[in-house]
Write a protein that binds this ligand. Sequence first.
Ligand SMILES: NC(=O)c1ccc[n+]([C@@H]2O[C@H](COP(=O)([O-])OP(=O)(O)OC[C@H]3O[C@@H](n4cnc5c(N)ncnc54)[C@H](O)[C@@H]3O)[C@@H](O)[C@H]2O)c1
Length: 260
Amino acid sequence: MGRLDDKVAIITGAGQGIGLAYAERFLAEGAKVVVAELNEERAASAMKRLAGQGDATFVKTDISSEESANACAAAVEAQHGTIDILINNAAIYYDIDNANNDFEYLKMVFNVNLHGAWLMARACAPVMVKNGGGRIINQSSGAAYTYNIPMDMGEFHEVSAFSYSQTKWGVIGLTKFLAGQLGPYNVTVNCIAPGVTMTEATKKIVPPEFIDMIPEFMSAMKKKLEPEDLTGTAVYFASDDARLVTGQVLCVDGGAFMPA
Ligand SMILES: NC(=O)c1ccc[n+]([C@@H]2O[C@H](COP(=O)([O-])OP(=O)(O)OC[C@H]3O[C@@H](n4cnc5c(N)ncnc54)[C@H](O)[C@@H]3O)[C@@H](O)[C@H]2O)c1
């Protein structure tokens, strides 16, 4: 018996990295998993890996499109009759351009990382409410709390966009507003803020010297995080054990950030 037997879970961005680890763990816990991913190549390789592990389906989804987010929720409801869990994991991270200060780029990152989570919540919540409740788990980041990393070394040049960090801070706020609204309908909304986790995206984005330095100098546990280190927290938020836990942010980062 799993902790999530027969629960229907949409996991956005489950084509690779942390989302894929969530998908594997949720299948192992007995959930029916929907891989809501935009990148078809990543989705195909994820589906190959998930084959034989349980009930997994792929619904091509662009979380930043109103139409696509609504179509995803409708397709899952049509196939499974309900949506019990939504993990808003997808984001522009692998492809993030931290040096890009253009307003258009900032808006595009907001559209995916923050507004995409809102669009998916808006699309899925009515189905959850109709069926007696549900769980929404948003993915923020330690980046939301990292205020003092200079994006522009040396002489002041211009105000940075902080696109990734701003959106991940926004995800924390969104979590609390959604939790407040959806609580009376038995929908909990919580947030995971992972530390630097060893995914392909991190290996591409974070300079190798920082990958070793971050756990050593920025965390109590002094250990590197693997995607599997995050999955138990998502299971907890989705499980009955957390039925009265809502509006919370849990930093899973080996003790790097310890907000009150
Ligand atoms: N890896 C880390 O160190 C770390 C740390 C903190 C937070 N996070 C967050 O965890 C999540 C996953 O991280 P990751 O390292 O696996 O990142 P990743 O970039 O490898 O995975 C993100 C996935 O989202 C998909 N995606 C992007 N835009 C999409 C869209 N519009 N619609 C649907 N899918 C879309 C991508 O194709 C990709 O498969 C992200 O939200 C990231 O910001 C990661």
